[in-house]
Design a protein. Sequence first.
Length: 216
Amino acid sequence: MKKRAGIYLIFAILTYAAPTLGAPPSGKTLAQQGNGKGAPGCVSCHGDKGQGNPAAGYPYLAGQPESYLLGQLNAFADQTRTSPVMQPFASALSVEEMQAVSAYFAGLPLPDTDSGKSAGDTADAGRRLATQGKWSVGMPACFQCHGDRGQGVAPHFPAISGQPEDYLRNQLEHWRKGARSNDPIGLMQAVVGHLEEADIAAVSRYLSTLSPTKAP
Ligand code: HEC
Ligand code: HEC
């Protein structure tokens, strides 16, 4: 009798535990609630539709190429991309969870970030860099790689239009300082090497006024 109860108990544990052991939380669950093991829900900072938070300088994730997002989570975890905020969260995600949450945000539509804001007196300089580059030093236009309105080109080139101005400027500064070194074959490191301080400010401001869903 005792032995039998034991077998039932094991059976019960297996039937209850197996689905939770086998399947990681869905990408949507991770985005909304986190994994309960150190990675919080992403939407509290990145927006309920992954649209970002311009006031706080948090980037949008919605509509970014899946492999780009996955690459960034890995880079935060192995610190080839420095972020004191994201590093512990990314490190707390398993490989399967990183994949699931990247696929989830990649599947959401790019946000319409048009705020009606103007890029002010540096608008022309910013637009020139984005659409024409700086051929005097051999630098192609940003939109040559990032798409004709900065909407990104999967799998390697992320959308850059409409990201928060401070976020964009910080990323370009991080490449300059070596705090972000995970990009494929050093493409962005080469780009940033051709930019002056004033160029970084102008192009970040200009891009932040655009929407990846509309022609500039
Ligand atoms: C407390 C706020 C906060 C939470 C919660 C948060 N993030 Fe972030 N996330 C940030 C900040 C800030 C950055 C910008 C980091 C930098 O400056 O490099 C960022 C950047 C990112 C990036 C890089 C985006 C890009 O365009 O390169 C990815 C991917 C990302 N987060 C995914 C996630 C995921 C997935 C979760 C949930 C598991 C999450 N984040 C939760 C604040 C947060
Ligand atoms: C030769 C191709 C190429 C050109 C030209 C280029 N980029 Fe990039 N850019 C990339 C690649 C590749 C990545 C992704 C890096 C990674 O995976 O970490 C990237 C990433 C970025 C990011 C990070 C986006 C994010 O969400 O964190 C920013 C910002 C950026 N580029 C801005 C620019 C600007 C501004 C210009 C023009 C001055 C430019 N890029 C020109 C290839 C390019």
